[in-house]
Design a protein around this ligand. Sequence first.
Ligand SMILES: Nc1ncnc2c1ncn2[C@@H]1O[C@H](COP(=O)(O)OP(=O)(O)OP(=O)(O)O)[C@@H](O)[C@H]1O
Ligand SMILES: [Mg+2]
Length: 506
Amino acid sequence: MTAGRADDAGRGPAALRRRLAGVTLRTRLIVGLLVLFALAGLGVAAATGAALRPYLIGTLDAQLKATSNAFSASNQGPPPGAHPSGPDATGSMPHMPPHAPVGTLGVCFYSGQVTNAVLAEYHDGKAFSRSLTSADIAALRHLTPGKPASVDLSFGKHSGDYRLLKTTDGSAVDITGLPLDGLQRTVSQAQLIELILFGAALLVIGLAGTGWVRLSLRPLSRMTATATEVAELPLASGEVDLPHRVPDADPRTEVGKLGAAFNRMLGHVEAALARRHASEARLRTFAADASHELRTPLAAIRGYAELARRQPEPLPAEVAHALSRVESESARMSALVEDLLLLARLDAGRPLESASVDLTRLAIDAASDARAAGPDHRWQLELPDGPVLVRGDEHRLYQVLANLLSNARVHTPAGTTVTVAAAAVPGADGAELTVTDDGPGIPDELQPGLFERFVRGESSRSRASGGTGLGLSIVAAVVAAHHGTVRVTSRPGKTRVTIWLPASRS
Ligand SMILES: Nc1ncnc2c1ncn2[C@@H]1O[C@H](COP(=O)(O)OP(=O)(O)OP(=O)(O)O)[C@@H](O)[C@H]1O
Ligand SMILES: [Mg+2]
């Protein structure tokens, strides 16, 4: 039962669909056209044979009747020297009428016994005696008088299909036959000519059809090209301009309808992307404005807290504690606001400063600041002798390094070794900056969206760091603004952030 089903699946429409899966529409159309035409040719050839044969047999039967009459007239009465004991014993031979068609077969039965058969072999009616086999004689006996029939006779080298007519006159029975091979040759010839003509037509149709199908499918190729161009556009973010439209949009044709629908879809996509871009821009402006506006009140809060602490009178312990909390939280909030403002500005594509920056000096400064902040870690530098120059914003690049070193400090235990390396990459026409630590590594679940905003670990160490999860998103945004790349590889014992920046051209 299972085998039966598998068999069905192997032959059914699903199997055909599977087989056609990788075949182009153009090939399908051309092959389909040729197969249909070839089938039509074979059908016409078969129909020709079926229609021509009865017609030719009708004509042959008329000729047979005339020949039969002439044969009967030439053989009135018993053949000379006929003997009732058997045909071959007599040596007698019926008369073939003059002008009998070549191949005419004549047989006479006299008193139920067959005489020798006679076969006309020349146009002048000259005929020769032929002996029939017992199978031939049995077949001749079964003929219905007056009704032509086709019989396969096997006498001598003249064996073959014959059209035979039996006539009776008292005890005399005459059988006349005309060969069918000429008729069969005519039918085969006609079929062969048809097949040759169809073959030639198939070739012409194959060539012309290929050109025609290619021409007809050209609008689809144009549509594919447009769709490919649109698919290659960066649609995920930023302002998207979709100038591409399909030229074939005539609603009277099938391809035109598809083109018109495709163009409408592009219009909707463009409108949706424009709305998304506008709302992103609004959000960015809002974040930038809000961060900017928050700076002043935050500075005021910190100023007032400091002022209150400078009171000459000693403050009650709880008030002093509350004031220090206000100061530390407002400092944290100021840092957060600065980060948000920076991200909003980078998102808006605000140009950064562009100067020649020496990454080795930046690495030395950042590492010495990190050493001061994290004396329990081991800080190492791997730098070349000369400067490693890139073009960019020194302040922002320092911030990138500071964020990475801060991560290597706050998300790893004391005693962790942190290595900062910078090197020029001549082949890639840029410079590489790496920060490597042998700490516990970034949790696996964080790694896929590590550069997203507000992504941070839930470990006690991460929480204790008081980080907001903006550090690495700032790294990514600053590096992208420098047309560089950043990638992270992390496993327990080895976490490495690699930054590539284009080289300074000055
Ligand atoms: N070197 C590192 N070792 C282990 N975990 C790390 C390392 N660097 C980053 N992480 C993990 O990645 C998370 C995201 O880092 P990111 O710098 O973006 O945020 P943060 O350090 O938590 O906060 P912020 O940098 O804004 O103060 C961290 O919370 C931490 O879990
Ligand atoms: Mg961080």
